[in-house]
Write a protein that binds this ligand. Structure first.
Ligand SMILES: N[C@@H](CCC(=O)N[C@@H](CS)C(=O)NCC(=O)O)C(=O)O
Length: 335
């Protein structure tokens, strides 16, 4: 496995599974916050911050969806890495479809940004990264925290009046984000990267028990936290949208497809069809990344063909209590 150790790129430094064959995710290292507060080091501003993402990565995708729903495209710029990650880690290949150069530093590899932020960095080089162009450093590389910052600290620069962490829903949103993380968001990885039967079985049991539970919840309410679209839905969306094309097959999460669920499937289409969300989904990058980047899981790097899903099919969930924030719909009308 590849990571930075004391600022040096090493390809032999880290083993993702512990002794019993369970996948262990590493803690992220840059945890500063942008705060809408005159005393904060990192204050919100238009044009100051830059996101580094991969379209393939579900964690990075959360930040892209939040940026799109809030209408922060003009305020926060983005660079997109190559979906294929080899021994050198994430890299910039602007010649490739859907990828961009590093707009800020002109780097060839994402790890260069990490070393610039911390010359002695010992960490994995992951996306998403929120970069501060003024201080020339990484503010944060933890998706949940970046999602929250974009949602709550940049309202003065957002083109849409959307609040994904509304008063009155906050405890519930935090609870749900937490509750779905281990069995669902990380659960697909625990299944896919397990190297023994038992942890795999455990991950798959947890995953489908959680999916069954949320399928039931979504029978009577439009969104995870009830009648409002929130960050919890963003967190769920980026796993569900990858599920049938990737996790079902590549990570052996094959008890059931999402498209076979009575409520999760229309719920997924509902989110996909919410303004600007579809533009953040690049299924080619998603498939290329997973099927080609984990040689232990898929040594021949063959990209599985199907299934061909119609995310645009009607979902009929507008009948349920709750609707996209009114201003979201209104704003999209003048776009
Ligand atoms: N906790 C991080 C996890 C991010 C993460 O694991 N990203 C993956 C891509 S899906 C990555 O960049 N992996 C590269 C590596 O681990 O070397 C977050 O949620 O932001």
């Amino acid at each position: 496995m590849n990571m930075l150790v004391d600022g040096e790129w090493r390809t032999d430094a880290y083993e993702a599974n512990d002794g019993d064959g369970s996948f262990q995710r590493q803690e992220t290292t840059f945890r500063d916050r942008v705060r809408d507060d005159p005393d904060a080091t990192f204050q919100p501003a238009a044009g100051r911050y830059h996101l580094y993402v991969s379209y393939a990565c579900p964690w990075a995708h959360r930040t892209l969806v939040t940026r799109a729903l809030k209408g922060l495209e003009d305020a926060i710029s983005v660079s997109i890495v190559d979906p294929y990650r080899d021994e050198d880690g994430w890299q910039f290949t602007p010649e490739k479809e859907g990828c961009t150069r590093d707009h800020v530093r002109g780097a060839d590899y994402l790890r260069e940004l990490y070393v610039e932020a911390d010359p002695d960095a010992t960490c994995r080089v992951t996306v998403p990264v929120l970069w501060d162009k003024r201080e020339e450093t990484i503010v944060n590389n933890e998706s949940e925290e970046i999602m929250r910052m974009l949602d709550t600290e940049f309202d003065d620069y957002a083109n849409r009046d959307v609040d994904l962490y509304p008063e009155g829903y906050r405890d519930e949103v935090d609870r749900i984000i937490d509750e779905i993380y281990e069995p669902i968001n990380n659960g697909v990885y625990r299944a896919g990267f397990a190297t023994r039967q038992e942890p795999y079985d455990e991950a798959v049991d947890d995953l489908f028990a959680a999916l069954d539970h949320w399928d039931e919840v979504l029978a009577d309410q439009r969104y995870l936290a009830g009648d409002r679209l929130t960050e919890a839905d963003v967190a769920m969306f980026t796993t569900l949208v990858r599920f049938d094309n990737v996790y079902h097959t590549h990570f052996m999460c094959n008890v059931q497809y999402i498209r076979e669920y009575e409520n999760l499937w229309p719920y997924l289409r509902d989110l996909y069809q919410t303004d600007s969300v579809a533009e953040t989904v690049n299924m080619d990058h998603i498939k290329e990344h997973y099927y080609t980047t984990h040689p232990d899981v898929n040594p021949h790097r063959i990209v599985a063909r199907g299934p061909d899903l119609d995310f645009e099919a009607p979902h009929d969930r507008d009948e349920l209590p709750g609707s996209p924030p009114a201003d979201l719909t209104a704003a999209s009308a003048d776009d």
